[in-house]
Design a protein around this ligand. Structure first.
Ligand SMILES: NC(=O)c1ccc[n+]([C@@H]2O[C@H](COP(=O)([O-])OP(=O)(O)OC[C@H]3O[C@@H](n4cnc5c(N)ncnc54)[C@H](O)[C@@H]3O)[C@@H](O)[C@H]2O)c1
Length: 421
C-alpha cells in the first residue's frame, strides 16, 4: 500500500492531497507555516476545499506538516510547488529545485517522485533527477524512479475538479509509467492518458496553455482592429461561432500563474535551443499590452468628457486574475491600476472575493461595499466577470457616477457601456 507525500499544499497540492486521502495514507508537506496552521485548523484560503472537506481528510489520517521528518516514511512523493517566472520572463525554478532537494534528503530505495508542477520539457529528467541523485545517493531508474503528471485544475471551477478531469500520466520506465497511471486511475473518475515519455507529458501541459494564450491573443488583436472600425467584437464572435470549427473565445486580460506564465517556459527552452518562437512571444506581447490599452482608453474617454485627470475617482470592479476566485497572482488588473495612477487618478477597488489579509498586502484602496447612489466616480471599469457584477444595472452605474457615466467594460457584462473591449 502506497504512502503518499504531497509537497506544496496550494491550489494544486491541497485538492490532490484531499483526493488521495480518501483511499491512501497521505502526508502533506509545505514550507509556509501559516498555510500549514490554517489547514490544520480546517481553513483553506484558496477556497478550493470547504472546511468539511479538509476535516474529512484530517479525520482520514491526512497529516499536514512543516517537518521533513514526517515525510520520511512515504514511498511516493508528488511535487506541486509553484513554477513562476522572474522579472525578465525567464523560468524561476527555485521552488522546484528546493523541494527536490528536500525530497532527495528523504528518498529511499524503490521510491517514486512524481512532478505535477508545470515545467518545460526536460525539467524532470535534466534538472530534478540529478538533484535527487546527488541528495539521496541513489541511482535513477535503478534505485528510485520518476513520473510526471501535469495538473489541469481550474481555480474557482467547482465542476472541473481534480477527480473530474482526465489526467495525463507518465513514468521513467514502462513499469513505473504503469504504476503511476494505476495510482492516478485509482482516484481520477475521468480516467487517465498514459503518455509515452515524461517529456511528452511535460510538453503536453505547457502546450495546452500556450495554445489558449495564442488564441486569446488573436481575439484581443481582432478586438483592437474592430474597435478602430466601430464594429462590436462580441457580435462578430457570435456570428463567426456559428461555424462548427470556430474557436469561441472572448477578448480580455490574461493573468494568473498559468496561461500568462507557462508559454515563457516553452519559449525559454526553444530559445536555448536556438529557435526564436515569434508567434508565441508575439501573443504574449499582445496579451500583456491589454492592461495599458484599457487604461489608455479610460483616460481618453475622461478627456473626451471633460473630466479632470488629476485625482479623478475611478472605481475598478474586480481585481482577481479571473472570475469567481480569490486569486490575485499576476492579475493584469493591477497593471491597469498602476497605469491610471501614473496619471494621478485615485483608484478604488471593489472585489468581494478577495480576502481581507490579501487586501492589506496589496495596498490597494479596497472598499467593502459597492457604493450605489454615491455619485462619486469619474469612471468605472468592469475588469473581472464575477457573478454578482452581472446584477449591476444601468441605473446603478449612473448612480455611482458623478456626471456622464464613463463605463469601461472589459468582460462584456454591461448593458450600455461607454466602451467595451
Ligand atoms: N493553480 C492552478 O490552477 C494550476 C493549474 C494547473 C497547474 N498548476 C501548476 O501547479 C504548480 C503549483 O501551483 P499552485 O497554484 O498550486 O501554487 P501555490 O502557490 O498555490 O501553492 C504552492 C505551495 O507550495 C509551497 N512551496 C513552495 N516551495 C516549497 C518547497 N520548497 N517545499 C514545500 N512546499 C513549497 C508554497 O508554500 C505553496 O503553499 C505550478 O507549477 C502551477 O503552474 C497550477
Amino acid at each position: 500500500m502506497s504512502k503518499i507525500c504531497i509537497i506544496g499544499l496550494g491550489y494544486v497540492g491541497l485538492p490532490l492531497a484531499h483526493a488521495f486521502s480518501k483511499k491512501y495514507e497521505v502526508v502533506g508537506f509545505d514550507i509556509n507555516k501559516s498555510r500549514v496552521d490554517e489547514l490544520n485548523s480546517g481553513f483553506d484560503r484558496t477556497l478550493e476545499l470547504s472546511q468539511t472537506q479538509i476535516k474529512s481528510s484530517l479525520d482520514n489520517g491526512m497529516k499536514v506538516t512543516l517537518n521533513i521528518e514526517d515525510i520520511k516514511d512515504s514511498n511516493i512523493y508528488i511535487v506541486t510547488v509553484p513554477t513562476p517566472i522572474d522579472q525578465t520572463n525567464q523560468p524561476d525554478l527555485t521552488p522546484i529545485i528546493r523541494s527536490t532537494q528536500s525530497v532527495g534528503e528523504v528518498l529511499k530505495e524503490g521510491d517514486i517522485v512524481i512532478y505535477e508542477s508545470t515545467v518545460y520539457p526536460g525539467v524532470t529528467e535534466e534538472i530534478c533527477v540529478p538533484i535527487l541523485e546527488e541528495f539521496s545517493g541513489l541511482k535513477f531508474n535503478k534505485t528510485f524512479f520518476c513520473g510526471y503528471s501535469p495538473e489541469r485544475i481550474n481555480p474557482g471551477d467547482k465542476e472541473h475538479t481534480v477527480e473530474n478531469i482526465l489526467k495525463i500520466t507518465s513514468g521513467s520506465t514502462p513499469e513505473i509509467a504503469k504504476k503511476v497511471d494505476d495510482l492516478y486511475k485509482s482516484i481520477i473518475r475521468a480516467g487517465t492518458h498514459l503518455a509515452p515519455t515524461i517529456k511528452v507529458a511535460e510538453a503536453a501541459k505547457v502546450v495546452e496553455n500556450t495554445q489558449r494564450d495564442v488564441n486569446i491573443a488573436l481575439i484581443n488583436e481582432l478586438a483592437m482592429i474592430f474597435d478602430l472600425m466601430n464594429i462590436n467584437t462580441y457580435d462578430v464572435i457570435e456570428a463567426a461561432a456559428t461555424k462548427w470549427n470556430f474557436i469561441k473565445l472572448f477578448p480580455g486580460l490574461v493573468g494568473g500563474h498559468c496561461i500568462g506564465v507557462d508559454p515563457y517556459y516553452l519559449t525559454h527552452k526553444a530559445q536555448s535551443l536556438g529557435y526564436m518562437p515569434n508567434l508565441i512571444l508575439g501573443a504574449r506581447q499582445i496579451n500583456n499590452g491589454m492592461s495599458k490599452l484599457i487604461a489608455d482608453k479610460t483616460i481618453k474617454l475622461m478627456v473626451k468628457f471633460d473630466k479632470k485627470l488629476k485625482n479623478a475617482k475611478i472605481l475598478i470592479l474586480g481585481v482577481t486574475f479571473k472570475e469567481n476566485c480569490p486569486d490575485m497572482r499576476n492579475s493584469k488588473v493591477l497593471d491597469i491600476i498602476k497605469e491610471l495612477q501614473e496619471f494621478e487618478c485615485y483608484v478604488e477597488v471593489y472585489d468581494y472575493w478577495v480576502d481581507k489579509s490579501d487586501r492589506e498586502t496589496k495596498k490597494l484602496n479596497f472598499i467593502d461595499e459597492l457604493p450605489l447612489n454615491s455619485k462619486k466616480y469619474d469612471s468605472i471599469i468592469v475588469a473581472v466577470g464575477h457573478d454578482k457584477f452581472k446584477e449591476i444595472s444601468t441605473d446603478d452605474y449612473a448612480n455611482m457616477s458623478n456626471a456622464e457615466p464613463i463605463i469601461v467594460d472589459v468582460k462584456g457584462l454591461v448593458e450600455k457601456p461607454t466602451w467595451r473591449l
